[in-house]
Design a protein around this ligand. Structure first.
Ligand SMILES: Nc1nc2c(ncn2[C@@H]2O[C@H](COP(=O)(O)OP(=O)(O)OP(=O)(O)O)[C@@H](O)[C@H]2O)c(=O)[nH]1
Ligand SMILES: Nc1ccn([C@@H]2O[C@H](COP(=O)(O)OP(=O)(O)O)[C@@H](O)[C@H]2O)c(=O)n1
Length: 226
């Protein structure tokens, strides 16, 4: 069995983690696990962790580490036989240490996007809650404004994308992300990308992963996901 590949993508709200993760999933056959989407699934399903997490997310605050870890690690156990890309977790040093005790990472991608770019992107972000499909009125608009291309259901904007909640989230992100980035840099697995456009970052991410993911593994995984 080819060695599995484990990666994490870090970046502030609106940095393009989800956009790049989808491209990685379809190009390399890695499973994309978005902690934000997984949280919203748990909130919708009114699970114990979902009910608890909802109280923090509504304030634009971070969900406590033990709640996130208790939610994410069992999900990763279910994915033991897959290569995966984690998006939005770990977010803090405690979460990174919990993850590191559970598995070995091969690559950590860190997106470094200017604040004004983030604000502009999130102002125009629309989401289809049921599927997690993400649109942007400037970057990838839906065919019909306010309507999901696939289901025809209405698109929404996340409460915590509103400018007033966004400032709190961005400040939180900077405070908690630095030790996580430093940890992975010290491990020698951090790769930082800075730009204002995903389409300019993507070729670099793609060539990094092409060099890191064994070709037989990528071919095998593409075969299973298509
Ligand atoms: N204008 C523009 N918008 C982009 C670009 N890349 C992504 N977006 C849009 O910007 C918004 C944020 O992108 P996401 O992929 O959701 O970013 P994220 O890091 O996953 O965001 P969170 O889930 O909030 O952490 C979405 O509406 C994307 O469609 C880009 O290069 N230019
Ligand atoms: N590790 C994590 C991931 C998400 N979250 C919460 O879940 C919300 C939605 O996560 P998300 O990944 O969709 O959004 P971003 O905050 O990453 O832009 C975040 O704003 C946080 O409130 C968290 O507290 N801890």
């Amino acid at each position: 069995m080819a060695k599995l590949f484990r990666a994490v993508i870090l970046g502030p709200p609106g940095s393009g983690k989800g956009t790049i993760s989808e491209r990685v999933a379809s190009s390399f056959g890695l499973q994309h696990l978005s902690s934000g989407d997984f949280l919203r699934e748990n909130i919708a399903a009114k699970t114990e962790a979902g009910v608890l997490a909802k109280t923090y997310i509504e304030k634009g605050a971070l969900v406590p580490d033990h709640v996130m870890t208790r939610l994410m690690l069992p999900r990763l156990v279910e994915m033991t036989r897959h290569s995966w890309l984690l998006d939005g977790f770990p977010r803090t040093l405690a979460q990174a240490e919990a993850l590191n005790s559970a598995c070995e990472l091969d690559v950590v991608i860190s997106l470094n996007i200017p604040l004004e770019t983030l604000k502009d992107r999130l102002r125009h972000r629309w989401i289809h809650p049921a599927s997690g499909r993400v649109y942007n009125m400037r970057f990838n608009p839906p065919r019909v404004q306010g309507v999901d291309d696939i289901s025809g259901e209405p698109l929404i904007q996340h409460e915590d994308d509103k400018p007033e909640a966004l400032v709190a989230r961005l400040r939180h992100y900077k405070d908690v992300a630095k030790p996580v980035i430093d940890l992975y840099r010290a491990k020698g697995i951090l790769h930082m990308f800075s730009d204002t456009e995903t389409d300019r970052i993507w070729p670099y991410v793609s060539s990094l992963l092409s060099a890191k993911i064994p070709t037989d593994l990528a071919d095998a995984q593409r075969a299973t996901t298509h």
